[in-house]
Design a protein around this ligand. Structure first.
Ligand SMILES: Nc1ncnc2c1ncn2[C@@H]1O[C@H](COP(=O)(O)OP(=O)(O)OP(=O)(O)O)[C@@H](O)[C@H]1O
Length: 266
């Protein structure tokens, strides 16, 4: 898949938590260029700084140092109007889909809210058609979800519903923070395939955050390996996996012994 222009870039991004001798750089001098229609995986162990970096890109955490450019211009987040415009273009899905939804709202309200967020004025039939289309994008039957509350759905259905919302909202950038952590292996590959579809059909830029280098290899164009707040290795997924240079990358790959070879059952 051909990538487009650089959409979002970070230069020397740093985030320091705490003060005095409890100061700790959770993200330490990180730079990147993410392109239109590119899936980038940020891979690292727990505590390596992935979520902190994601939150800075989202604009939910203020960077201690460095800068972010969006669409060729310095990102502006001071005014409400600027934040609103940025968050129209950049959306996130998180590990626990149940924490992202209002449990007192039925599924159709969650989807209608996406239509409202886009400022579309649709009649009931058009709304219904749009919700149906979004559900079928993620292989869900809207009729089966209608009138249901989030707690009546399985973890896998909820994860897919989150992706249906992304399909409706059409952001330019999606930050997916461990979006498959709550589902079984089968639903996991379905969700990864949906991310690939969002990239291919909508030219979305997707930042996929994971501790699993195998998943990253499956889904990414580009892999960035993070250790102790720094990107220690980055490049085309093939290159990083098959010609890893940094010892930490090699260690992560060795923890997935079957990544290079076909599975053989004893
Ligand atoms: N609000 C905070 N205050 C202080 N320290 C924090 C805060 N949030 C994160 N940290 C620390 O920053 C470091 C990076 O955390 P972060 O959540 O970004 O890592 P991560 O790679 O996303 O981990 P995980 O995979 O477990 O989510 C960790 O050492 C963490 O303890």
């Amino acid at each position: 898949m051909a990538m487009g222009k650089v959409l979002i870039s970070g230069r020397h991004l740093t985030k320091v938590y705490g003060t005095g001798n409890r100061k700790k750089a959770a993200v330490d001098d990180v730079s990147f260029d993410f392109h239109e229609g590119e899936i980038i995986s940020i891979v690292g162990e727990s505590g390596s700084g992935k979520t902190t970096l994601a939150k800075m890109i989202m604009g939910l955490l203020k960077e201690s140092g460095g800068a972010i450019e969006y669409d060729g211009k310095p990102r502006q987040m001071k005014r409400y109007r600027e934040r609103k415009a940025y968050w129209k273009d950049i959306q996130a899905i998180f590990q626990d889909p149940f924490s992202s939804f209002n449990v007192f709202h039925r599924v159709e309200k969650l989807l209608v809210d996406c239509i409202k967020l886009q400022g579309l004025k649709l009649n009931k039939d058009e709304e219904y058609a749009k919700m149906k289309e979004a559900c079928s994008f993620v292989n869900l039957k809207f009729e089966e979800l209608y009138n249901k509350y989030p707690f009546e759905l399985s973890g896998g259905q909820m994860q897919r519903l989150m992706i249906a919302r992304i399909f409706m909202l059409h952001p330019k950038v999606l930050i997916a923070d461990e979006p498959t952590s709550m589902v079984d292996a089968c639903s996991r590959s379905t969700i990864l395939d949906m991310l690939l579809k969002l990239r291919d059909e909508n030219r979305m830029t997707i930042v996929f955050i994971t501790h699993d280098v195998g998943l990253a290899y499956y889904v990414s164009d580009t892999i960035c390996i993070m250790e102790h707040g720094r990107i220690v290795e980055a490049g085309r997924a093939e290159e990083v996996i098959h010609h890893a240079e940094h010892p930490y990358t090699k260690q992560l790959i060795n923890d997935v012994p079957k990544i290079h070879s076909p599975w053989v059952l004893d």
